[in-house]
Design a protein around this ligand. Structure first.
Ligand SMILES: Nc1ncnc2c1ncn2[C@@H]1O[C@H](COP(=O)(O)OP(=O)(O)OP(=O)(O)O)[C@@H](O)[C@H]1O
Length: 261
């Protein structure tokens, strides 16, 4: 049996007195495409931010690629990870955010090549060759020399996806990547992500409010409420035959709001 690429055990996270994640357990297998859905405030984004080491944990344990994320071995004992360990672990994971966070004064090509050249010591030639391949993949081969301000929101988000992929992570995290976009620009970003999901064996975790997309994209859907998994399963089961009352009522509200599931 394969080892999970992500293993989350008894994870807890509080902000002050507010407990956001409360004894969470789940594994992700290599190549799996997971959608995290659930009401606002249920902790979905926090889970991605913890995996990206943008937030610390309050308790529990996470393993990524067989190694502890927030712990490390020192003199036969497991201690809290130091910055060097977190830095080393971060190379396994890439993240795309709701707000694309492109460097405004760098061209599209420079946005994509900067991190591989700085953090992995790649030559410009190698970094640019990959960047052009990725731009082609996201349908923006002709925009390499544009500045971010010359792009639409959907194009910016596709550059942000290419930028995250340029570091060749094993795991990609997508945090509501379409929610800042005008409705007519959503589809082009979803299409790129569907293609990525279909054409690569990358492990992908997606937080989304687009249930139709979660349905088409994911191998497994996790429905969260109050920092816990209420129900999980293949999309066909979660969206058409949910078992738990909280999942049913969440989906009823989504359908009432006019979304396809
Ligand atoms: N840095 C922070 N400081 C304090 N509270 C925070 C912080 N980040 C998140 N929270 C709180 O943690 C809870 C979970 O937030 P999170 O963003 O993970 O939820 P979510 O399920 O992704 O919600 P949404 O779908 O609205 O994005 C919320 O109550 C939020 O206000």
């Amino acid at each position: 049996m394969d080892q999970p690429i992500i293993r989350i055990q008894d994870l807890r996270k509080s902000f002050g007195t507010l407990t956001v994640i409360d004894g969470l357990n789940f594994d992700v297998m290599k190549g799996e495409k997971l959608a995290l859905i659930g009401p606002s405030g249920s902790g979905k984004t926090t889970i991605l931010r913890i995996l990206m080491t943008l937030e610390g944990i309050s308790g529990g344990r996470i393993e990524v690629c067989g190694e502890p994320l927030y712990h490390m071995q020192r003199h036969d004992a497991e201690v809290a990870a130091d910055e060097a360990h977190l830095h080393k672990m971060r190379r396994h994971i890439g993240m795309v955010f709701q707000h694309f966070n492109l460097f405004p004064h760098k061209s599209v090509l420079q946005n994509i090549t900067l991190a591989p050249m700085l953090t992995k010591g790649e030559t410009r030639a190698v970094a640019e060759k990959r960047a052009r391949g990725l731009l082609d993949m996201v349908g923006l081969a002709d925009k390499a020399d544009y500045m971010p301000s010359q792009l639409s929101g959907g194009q910016k988000q596709r550059v942000a996806i290419a930028r995250a992929l340029a570091l060749q992570p094993q795991i990609m995290l997508f945090d509501e990547v379409t929610s800042a976009l005008d409705p007519e620009l959503v589809e082009e970003v979803l299409e790129v992500m569907k293609r990525l999901a279909a054409e690569t064996d990358m492990t992908m975790l997606l937080v989304t409010h687009e249930m139709g997309f979660a349905h088409d994209f994911a191998d497994r859907v996790l429905f969260f409420d109050k920092g816990r998994i209420v129900e999980q399963g293949p999309p066909a089961q979660i969206f058409t035959a949910p078992q738990e009352d909280r999942t049913k009522s969440f989906l009823r509200k989504i359908i009432a709001a006019g979304q396809r599931v």
